[in-house]
Design a protein around this ligand. Structure first.
Ligand SMILES: *Cc1c(COP(=O)(O)O)cnc(C)c1O
Length: 358
């Protein structure tokens, strides 16, 4: 007889990652940085190689110190994780296990869902309104944790800091987690971020090195929260979850503000070009402040397969809880050219006349 997984796990479908196309330029399914990591990355990794026989610094103290200074908080208000995904699972174990309740949007960031369901928490998903978080409806849910993603994935839409502040005041959840994986691509990141709300004690902010810093392969993210929240998470975390190379790379990335700025400028420029290219084919992207756009399409599967056949991979919306859409990451210049060619071949000639925005 084989061992059975706990029965509540039946509700979970294993995460389906984006598929890669034959070329890096054609891969637009996973919101990775089109410009890669800082050009100084190799040197900092090479230096860190000398210490690989030792365990990493368990709390990434140097990185924590830099992040605390950057955000104007105490280092004890920061927890570095093996990607922000690890921190989402830690939040689940710590605050949702055995009868907890989480509220998030529908569609949600898939890891928020999986994390809550994995510890047998109740999960309430509140449908988006005009593709944005419906904060009024979410505030009526008696949850232990409320997850907001701002800008949201998979839509790229935002709620202002004032709207989030009003939500925190109105909602019964003792902890509101604001996932800011894409905040660097917003029109005004400083005005948008919820980090100033952390001081009130009920808001925690998630950030990642996977997007603007271009380090998705190394797995580093962090949480900024009240000290009591961080102290609770530290009880259950794996002590050495963030490797030495990852810590060195993250420190290097933080220092390279010029690279960050060029990724931001590239992304904003190419996002506008991507939106215009799609509009030229009768496809109307939802207004996005992230490094991707979500596009309602008449025939999701056919479009995904057609683009794939022409060397471009995009994310099928149905794998993200948003059927009838595709999510396209902002590509390189060459990638945009590939997409342009692929769209010409794939969409029927009469598409311009017949398609309507949904
Ligand atoms: C990409 C992404 C992350 C990053 O996760 P990591 O584990 O840090 O790579 C976090 N949250 C959202 C909503 C994302 O889309």
């Amino acid at each position: 007889m084989t061992i059975a997984a706990r029965p509540w796990l039946d509700e979970i479908q294993a995460y389906r990652p984006g598929t890669r196309s034959a070329s890096a330029d054609g891969s637009m399914a996973s919101n990775e940085s089109p410009l890669g990591a800082s050009p100084e990355l190799g040197a900092s990794i090479a230096r860190a190689l000398a210490t690989l026989h030792r365990y990493p610094d368990p709390l990434a103290d140097e990185l924590r110190g830099e992040l605390a200074a950057l955000h104007g908080v105490h280092p004890d208000q920061i927890l570095v994780g093996n990607g922000s995904d690890e921190l989402i699972f830690l939040l689940s174990t710590t605050f949702l296990a055995q009868g907890g309740h989480a509220v998030c949007a529908d569609p949600a960031y898939q890891i928020d869902r999986i994390g809550a369901l994995s510890v047998n928490a109740t999960l309430t998903q509140v449908p988006l309104r005009d593709w944005k978080h419906d904060l009024a409806a979410m505030a009526r849910v008696e949850a232990d944790i409320a997850y907001l993603v701002n800008p949201h994935n998979p839509t790229g839409t935002t709620r202002s800091r004032a709207e989030i502040e009003a939500y925190v005041d109105a909602c019964p959840a003792p902890l509101v987690v604001v996932d800011e994986a894409y905040v660097d691509f917003a029109h005004d990141p400083e005005a948008l971020t919820a980090i100033p709300l952390v001081a009130g004690g009920r808001v925690a902010v998630l950030r990642t090195f996977s997007k603007i810093h271009g380090l998705a392969g190394l797995r580093v993210g962090y949480l900024v929260a009240d000290r009591a929240v961080i102290a609770a998470l530290r009880k259950v975390r794996a002590p050495f979850s963030v490797g030495s190379l990852a810590q060195a790379a993250a420190l290097n990335a933080l220092a390279d503000t010029a690279h960050r700025q060029s990724v931001r400028e590239h992304t904003l420029r190419l996002r506008a070009e991507l939106v215009a290219l799609l509009a030229g084919h009768g496809l109307h992207a939802i207004d996005s402040e992230a490094n991707f756009v979500l596009v309602p399409v008449p025939a999701e599967d056919a479009l995904v397969a057609g683009l794939r056949a022409h060397g471009v991979s995009v994310r099928p919306g149905s794998s993200l809880g948003a059927p009838g859409t595709v999510r396209i990451s902002v590509p390189t210049h060459a990638g945009l050219g590939l997409l342009q060619t692929a769209l010409h071949r794939v969409l029927p000639a009469n598409h311009l006349e017949t398609s309507e925005p949904r």
